[in-house]
Structures are given as structure tokens and as C-alpha cells.
Design a protein around this ligand. Structure first.
Ligand code: PHE
Length: 450
């Protein structure tokens, strides 16, 4: 079985896949609005601090477990277990990760479906198809169901093609496109009236807010969600990484790409909002805070694009292509987690497993679409606020406490023989043993009880 496992063909392929997973809706609309409403650059600094001191060590834990065990989340943690108790914990954490990531995918597909509908709307507008355009941009159960299904189909097609021909091939094409579109949009938006006010709101730090507990928690949560941690995604991508690769270095590059693109997204979204304001679009909600989440993407920005005249259609097209790419390279990394488990545990063919799991996730997704008001927020919060940090904690515990230090060192040494004398090895083992679990626990307790 081991010989049949996929492997990324190059460092570039891995970097595109892993940063593709990390860069998603969370970066492009979550991070910028979080920053704008939390003291601008003060939040940016706190986010970068959290990303490199806590999320990066946790990312390394997942990558190292994956590459060492060459297995899916459940199999990987079981291999590290040393007795019946840790084996039970391994099963629990592995399965909880699989369930969590499947549920994340089920709500992610709904939001990504909106992006697809808006993308198609650009073509409908160009063709002058007004009624199609109205249908595509009005929030309705049928539209949401259809586009979530289409998005799930795209995800299934990529994943059923496998690691090299699916994940690596598509991430390597889409991620450079995403970066180019992002740069083009930033350059264009920065030339418009009002953009500089947005830059100021983003980049002038209000340090009086930097140490507020609420801000620290949001920054850590944002960093964990953004790096796709706690659900076995980075673990499974690590399991497809060549033993020759220098793990601390590739992990650093993934974290840099993720935070870098989040930063760039801020340079697009905040100036865009203030350009919209200069054009008479309302960008603050009733409480005086900047509009965030769905309202930002499907109300404020489209209203802005409309004020741009004929250029607006192309800007809208570019923007929703950007959002769709960001979603798809993340959703494939989510679906890979349960698919790898089924393929490796039951010896099922990849195509069959992908169809089966993809079908199940689509059904859950449709249940949420048709019970949106009661289920959507519940599923988002239960997975991203409750489950993800807790599972992240357990991954850290497995590397820091269950696996022996020498085994960890040997795995890293495969691709970086000098690591024992590096700064990384002086600091990281302590972090993963003490700092990460305690910090995550503190945040977790805050989220659950306060
Ligand atoms: N990191 C992705 C984003 O920022 C979300 C994600 C979470 C992807 C968990 C995979 C696993 O949108």
C-alpha cells in the first residue's frame, strides 16, 4: 500500500498546494475586516505574532507527523501511540478531525457557491441578461443549492484525480493566477478616490487596542483557521512531501505565503471599502462597525463595482475569480482528509471514495442550505471555534508528549541534517510541549466560557 501513496513531485507543487489550502475565504474577507475593526495595524502585528509564535509551531507539528507516518490523520496518530489509552485518544482525535473538516467543507461550499454565482453574474451582465443576473445575485435556496452542488463537483473532480494530477496540478496553476489577479486589483483600486483613507484605516496602528484580550483571541483564531490547522489537512499534505525536503524551511514558506497574502488582501479590501464610501455606499453597520462577512462580499463590493461603470464588470469578474480560486484550493485540501482515510483504511479506489464522501458532504451542505438560519452559524461556530482549537491542542500534545523527542529529531534531520544545532530545534520542542498547549487552552477556555 505504501508504494501506491501519492507524493508531490516538487517543492513548488507542495508549496502551492499547502499555501492554496491556507489561503482561502478566511484570508480574503476574514482577515482584512478583522484588522479594520480591531485597531488596524495593531491587529496585523498581533496576527503576525500569533502566526509565527503559535500557529507556525503547530503547523510544523502536523507536517512532521504526516511526513513521518505517511498516513492519514487516524492512521498517523495511531502509529505514534504508545499504549491503549493514547491509541484511543488517537482514534478520537483523528476521527474528530475528519468529521470537523467535512463539516467545514459543507459550509464552505455554500459560501463558495455564492462566489461562483457572482462570477457567472459578471458574464450575465456582459451579455445583458438581466433576469439571469437578478436570479444569480438574489439570495435564494434554489440558487444556493445549485451552486453549492456545482462547487462540490469541482472539488470532487480535482480530488478524484489524485495528489499529482489533481491537487498539485491545479494548485500550481491556480495559486500563481490568484497572486497575479490580487496584485492587479490592488494596483487598480489604489488609484481610486478614497483608497488612501482605507490604507490609513488598515495601516495606522491603534496600539491602545493591541493588548485587549478580545483582539488577542481573534488574532490567534484567525491564525489557526488561516493555516488550516487542527483538522489533519496539513498532516495529510505533509504525508505527501518528499523526505528530502527541509521541513522547517518549507513550513516557514507556507506561513509566509499565507500571512503575506492575508496582508495583501488587506491592501485590496480596506481601500475598496473606503472607495465605496467615497461613492456613497454604506460601509458601516448599525453599530458603527465596518460591514464584514457576507455583507461585505455580496453587498458592499458589488455596489462599488457598479459605480465603476464599464470597468466595474471586469473588476467584479477578476474579484470573483480570485474568490473562487481561493475557495477551491482550500476545499480540495479539506476533502482530501476523509478521502485519504477511506482509501487507506478500506482499500477503496480513490474515485469511488471521493464520490462517496463528496456525496455525503453535499447532502450535509444541502441540509444546511435548506435550514440556513438555524444551522449555518451553528456549524461555523462549532467547527471553527470549538473543534479546531481543541484538536490543534491534541496534535501538539501528540508531538510534544506522546512521540519521543529523538524520533521527532530524526524525522526532521532527513531533510535538514544540521537542524539539531539550529535556532528552530532550540526553541520549537519547548513550544510544542508547553507554550502551544497552554496558549491554545487559554484561548479555548475564553471562547467557550466567556
Ligand atoms: N485556511 C482556509 C481559509 O483561510 C480554511 C481551512 C480550514 C482550510 C481548515 C482547510 C482546513 O479559508
Amino acid at each position: 500500500m505504501a508504494a501506491a501513496r501519492g507524493e508531490f513531485s516538487s517543492r513548488f507543487g507542495f508549496l502551492m498546494a499547502a499555501s492554496g489550502s491556507a489561503v482561502g475565504l478566511g484570508n480574503i474577507w476574514g482577515f482584512p475586516t478583522n484588522a479594520a475593526s480591531n485597531g488596524g495595524a495593531a491587529f496585523l502585528f498581533m496576527y503576525l505574532f500569533m502566526a509565527f509564535t503559535l500557529a507556525y509551531p503547530a503547523l510544523m507539528a502536523e507536517l512532521i507527523i504526516g511526513r513521518h507516518t505517511r498516513s492519514n490523520a487516524v492512521g498517523a496518530l495511531r502509529q505514534l501511540s504508545r499504549g491503549p489509552l493514547t491509541k484511543k485518544l488517537a482514534n478520537f482525535v483523528g476521527f474528530a478531525g475528519i468529521v470537523t473538516v467535512s463539516l467545514i467543507l459543507s459550509f464552505y461550499a455554500i459560501v463558495s457557491g455564492w462566489m461562483l454565482a457572482w462570477l457567472l453574474n459578471s458574464f450575465a451582465t456582459m451579455a445583458g441578461m438581466e433576469s439571469a443576473s437578478t436570479w444569480l445575485t438574489s439570495d435564494g435556496e434554489t440558487r444556493n443549492a445549485i451552486f453549492s452542488i456545482i462547487f462540490m463537483l469541482l472539488t470532487v473532480v480535482v480530488i478524484s484525480a489524485g495528489v499529482r494530477d489533481g491537487i498539485e496540478k491545479w494548485a500550481s496553476r491556480l495559486m500563481p493566477a490568484l497572486i497575479i489577479i490580487l496584485f492587479m486589483l490592488i494596483v487598480y483600486v489604489l488609484t481610486l478616490e478614497g483608497a488612501m483613507d482605507g490604507l490609513r484605516a488598515y495601516l495606522v496602528p491603534d496600539f491602545s487596542r493591541a493588548l485587549q484580550p478580545g483582539l488577542i483571541i481573534s488574532a490567534l483564531g484567525q491564525a489557526f483557521f488561516s493555516l488550516s490547522l487542527g483538522v489533519g489537512t496539513m498532516l495529510i499534505y505533509g504525508s505527501y512531501l518528499s523526505s528530502k525536503e527541509n521541513l522547517p524551511a518549507v513550513g516557514t514558506l507556507v506561513a509566509l505565503l499565507d500571512t503575506g497574502i492575508a496582508f495583501l488582501a488587506g491592501l485590496l479590501i480596506l481601500p475598496s471599502m473606503y472607495v465605496a464610501l467615497a461613492n456613497g455606499v454604506e460601509i458601516f453597520d448599525a453599530s458603527g462597525a465596518l460591514v464584514a462577512g457576507p455583507g461585505l462580499i455580496v453587498a458592499v463590493l458589488p455596489a462599488l463595482f457598479e459605480t465603476m461603470g464599464s470597468a466595474g464588470v471586469f473588476v467584479a469578474l477578476a474579484f470573483f475569480i480570485l474568490m473562487t480560486i481561493a475557495s477551491l484550493t482550500s476545499s480540495i485540501s479539506m476533502l482530501e482528509v476523509p478521502v485519504a482515510y477511506v482509501v487507506e483504511t478500506f482499500d477503496t479506489g480513490r474515485r469511488k471514495a471521493t464520490l462517496l464522501i463528496g456525496g455525503m458532504v453535499t447532502i450535509i451542505c444541502l441540509v444546511i442550505v435548506f435550514n440556513f438560519n438555524s444551522l449555518f452559524d451553528l456549524v461555523v461556530n462549532a467547527t471553527t471555534e470549538f473543534s479546531q482549537p481543541l484538536l490543534g491542542l491534541f496534535f501538539a500534545v501528540f508531538v510534544g508528549w506522546v512521540w519521543n523527542r529523538n524520533g521527532v529529531l530524526q524525522e526532521i534531520q532527513k531533510g535538514s541534517p544540521e537542524v539539531e544545532h539550529s535556532f528552530f530545534w532550540k526553541v520549537w520542542p519547548f513550544y510544542i510541549r508547553f507554550v502551544c498547549p497552554i496558549a491554545i487552552l487559554a484561548v479555548y477556555i475564553q471562547i467557550i466560557f466567556f
